[in-house]
Structure formats: structure tokens, C-alpha cells
Design a binder for this molecule. Structure first.
Ligand code: 13P
Length: 254
């Protein structure tokens, strides 16, 4: 199974619509697309419409950082999945650790959001990962499997074609600390093994699993060279077109 690489840039709470336009103009002018690698940018909500218009005619895909699971109604401040599609999104992040920790999203909410994402025809980019305490206590497997089991409850084989998983160890996010390529590979292999048990071998062989947490131009090639790592979910280093291009260029043509 030759899985494509996916290089995703989660901009978090950075960039206005004008700054988004500046980034996309510079990126599109310089980036050489390759058939084995997809690029995804995930700007804040307020930049999505502008980004969607600018990306028409390119192969670069667009995603949202979050969504709400209802279709419409009295939910002040929330954004429905179909609204994201109308802006040109094909992906949505679900269960990022910052949403879980800072905005009290538990697995039940993550599960509802994930199913709403798939039902709306978007691909869900589900984030899982352990804290530093869990990491030090050797509880990585326990934490990851608990998240996967709860977050993917009720998600069918067919639905799994619209799920990408990102392993983001919380202690590696924004800290400059990365899991070693071997550590990241081992945990991602464990995730793929869980998918094989929960679904089947075919689904496990097909699902894209990314690594995220302080991915930079200097460490991208070693991480992306691991057999089970199918791409990167990049925060800080995705804000600059040059460094994001360097990371995308480090992806393999499998
Ligand atoms: P950094 O690359 O800034 O560590 O962020 C990772 C992340 O959280 C991407 O979703």
C-alpha cells in the first residue's frame, strides 16, 4: 500500500486575511507540487473564505481548525461543517490537544465533532497524544488507545476513508522538543496496529497517520523517512512559506 504523504500547516491563532493572502501568494509561487505529496493549510476561520478563493486551481487543500457538530441554529459563536465546505474546506481538525486542554473538549465532544465532519463530506484530521507525565510514566499506549477508542466510537469502515490520524505528543507541541523519529515511528505503528484490530488490515494499511510536535525543516526528513509516518502536522514552522516548503520538500515519493 503506497500511502500518499500529507503535509499540513495548522496556523492556530495566527494571520489575518491579508497575511493569509501574502502567505498563499508566496507559497504558490515557489512550491513545486509532487504527485506523492498533498499540502494542506489550516488557517483561522476568518481567513478561510479568502484562502478558499485563492486556492482555486491549485492542488493545495484547505482545512478548518475546529467546527461544531450541529448543522445550524442558536449556537452563538459556532461554525457548522457545511459552512466550512462552502469556504472551500475539505478537511477539519478534530480533537487538537489545545482544544481539549484549553476549551474543555472531552472525548464525547470530539467524537460528535468527528462524526459531524465525516457526515458533512469533509475529512477529519483527528489528533491524539499523551502528556509529559503520561510519557514519563510509560502510559503512552494506554492514553492513545483510550482516545482512539472513544473518539472513533461509531465510526464505520467506510467512514475511515475520511479519517486521518495525527499523533501529537503534547509535550512536543511548541516546545522545540520532538519525539525521536524512532519513538514517533513506534507510537504510530501502535496506532496502525490498533486500527487493524478495531477495523481490519486493509483499513490499517490505508489510513494516513501523521506526526506533529515541533516539526521543523531540520528534523522533517528523519521523521518523514519512517515507514509508518505519512506526513506532518506542523504548527510554528508552517507560518513561514519558506520553512513550510522545506518541510513539504522533505516528504518522500513513495
Ligand atoms: P508546533 O509545530 O508549533 O510544535 O505545533 C504542533 C501542532 O500542534 C500542530 O497542530
Amino acid at each position: 500500500m503506497n500511502r500518499k504523504m500529507l503535509i499540513a500547516g495548522n496556523w492556530k491563532m495566527h494571520k489575518t486575511p491579508d497575511e493569509t493572502e501574502e502567505f498563499i501568494t508566496a507559497f504558490v509561487a515557489r512550491y513545486q507540487e509532487r504527485p506523492g505529496t498533498d499540502v494542506l493549510i489550516i488557517p483561522p476561520f476568518t481567513s478561510l473564505d479568502r484562502a478558499g478563493r485563492l486556492l482555486v486551481g491549485t492542488e493545495i487543500t484547505l482545512g478548518a481548525q475546529d467546527l461544531y457538530y450541529e448543522e445550524e441554529g442558536a449556537y452563538t459563536g459556532e461554525i457548522a461543517p457545511h459552512m466550512l465546505r462552502a469556504c472551500g474546506c475539505t478537511y477539519a481538525l478534530v480533537g487538537h490537544s489545545e482544544r481539549r486542554a484549553l476549551f474543555n473538549e472531552d472525548d464525547a465532544v470530539v467524537n460528535r465533532k468527528l462524526r459531524a465532519t465525516i457526515n458533512a463530506g469533509l475529512t477529519a484530521l483527528l489528533c491524539v497524544g499523551e502528556t509529559l507525565t503520561e510519557h514519563r510514566a510509560g502510559k503512552v499506549e494506554k492514553r492513545i488507545i483510550a482516545e482512539l477508542t472513544r473518539d472513533l466510537a461509531g465510526v464505520t469502515h467506510d467512514d475511515m476513508a475520511h479519517v486521518v490520524i495525527a499523533y501529537e505528543p503534547i509535550w512536543a507541541i511548541g516546545t522545540g522538543e520532538t519525539a525521536t523519529p524512532e519513538e514517533a515511528q513506534a507510537t504510530i505503528k501502535l496506532i496502525r496496529g490498533w486500527v487493524a484490530t478495531a477495523y481490519n488490515d486493509q483499513t490499517a494499511a490505508a489510513v494516513q497517520i501523521l506526526y506533529g510536535g515541533s516539526v521543523k525543516p531540520g528534523n522533517a526528513a528523519a521523521l518523514l523517512g519512517q515507514p509508518d509516518i505519512d506526513g506532518a502536522l506542523v504548527g510554528g514552522a508552517s507560518l513561514d512559506p519558506e520553512s513550510f516548503i522545506q518541510i513539504a520538500d522533505a516528504s518522500l515519493d513513495r
